[in-house]
Design a protein around this ligand. Structure first.
Ligand code: GUN
Length: 286
């Protein structure tokens, strides 16, 4: 039977650390501030943005919230981002994705000042990650590293297989595992013999976006399995990309869905915003 990796408890510990560090900053008269832009009325995005605002309140951050109508033009959105870039009070800027289809996401991400790019999506942030320089790291893969470290999973020298190659999860995940000295393989929709490749993994990180796709036949006995997926099944039950009932008896450690990777994303966003605020105030020795 696998040990559960408790993302709820670990994310709470991180938010509490951030809150305590924020209290220290207060003594210097500094208070982090996150700006969140929501464009349109995608229901899932509305919930995510509301959760981000709640996390700011919990951590004692100021937050600025811009809720723009679906019809907002790209130029109007870019102009709002420029205002926030120039606003000295704002330490982090997050534009909730997806954006309405008439807006070019890449242009929007490129417009965010890299020093305020708390999502870690800007090309400067991605480049700094790749060459091992300080900078923001995409929150979900950064959260997976925290789950592994805080659950005592040794990464150096281990075979790590990442399934998925998105800019937000798969690619930064692979680079982060490499930074931890794992031997990393990235699989995707064109990978041949996916099952055999996955079976080599000591650490299997699944971000394919298909409900319950990975069953025990993909998993080596004793592997650590991290499930980044989240899907709502008919009847409203949540599940991941991993078939939990099948894999749990084979794995040594596994993240549940819900309560695994999911809660880590917002905790890491708070950590990134605090870090951005400290860096902007010259308080980080990097
Ligand atoms: N949409 C889904 N996840 C994310 C995220 O981590 N950041 C942003 N900006 N949008 C998202």
């Amino acid at each position: 039977m696998a040990e559960l990796i408790d993302g709820k408890a670990i994310s709470q510990a991180i938010k509490d650390e951030v809150r305590n560090e924020r209290a220290e900053l207060e003594k210097k008269g500094i208070r982090p501030c996150l700006a969140v832009i929501l464009c349109g009325n995608d229901p899932a995005s509305t919930v995510y943005v509301s959760n981000k605002k709640k996390a700011c309140e919990y951590c004692g951050f100021d937050s600025v919230s811009l809720e723009l109508p679906e019809e907002t033009t790209q130029e109007e959105l870019l102009s709002k981002i420029r205002e926030l870039n120039d606003d000295k009070k704002v330490n982090g800027i997050l534009v909730q994705l997806p954006l309405p289809s008439h807006i070019d996401e890449n242009a929007v991400i490129a417009a965010i000042a890299p020093e305020k790019d708390v999502d870690g999506f800007h090309a400067v942030s991605v480049g700094n990650l790749l060459i091992g320089r300080p900078g923001f790291v995409s929150c979900t893969p950064a959260g997976v590293i925290q789950l592994l470290k805080r659950s005592g999973v040794e990464m150096a020298g281990k075979e790590c297989v990442v399934i998925g190659r998105s800019n937000i999860v798969g690619k930064p995940m692979a680079v982060l595992m490499l930074r931890e000295n794992a031997t990393v393989t990235v699989c995707h929709s064109k990978t041949k013999n996916l099952r055999e490749v996955c079976k080599r993994a000591d650490i299997l990180i699944v971000a394919v976006g298909k409900p319950k796709m990975i069953d025990a036949s993909y998993v080596k006995e004793g592997a650590v399995v991290i499930d980044v997926g989240i899907h709502r099944l008919e009847g409203k039950k949540l599940c991941g990309d991993v078939d939990f009932e099948s894999v749990e008896p084979v794995a040594s450690k596994i993240t549940p869905v819900p309560g695994g990777v999911g809660p880590m994303t917002i905790a890491m966003l708070m950590k990134n915003c605090l870090e951005g605020c400290m860096r902007q105030n010259g308080l980080l020795n990097e």
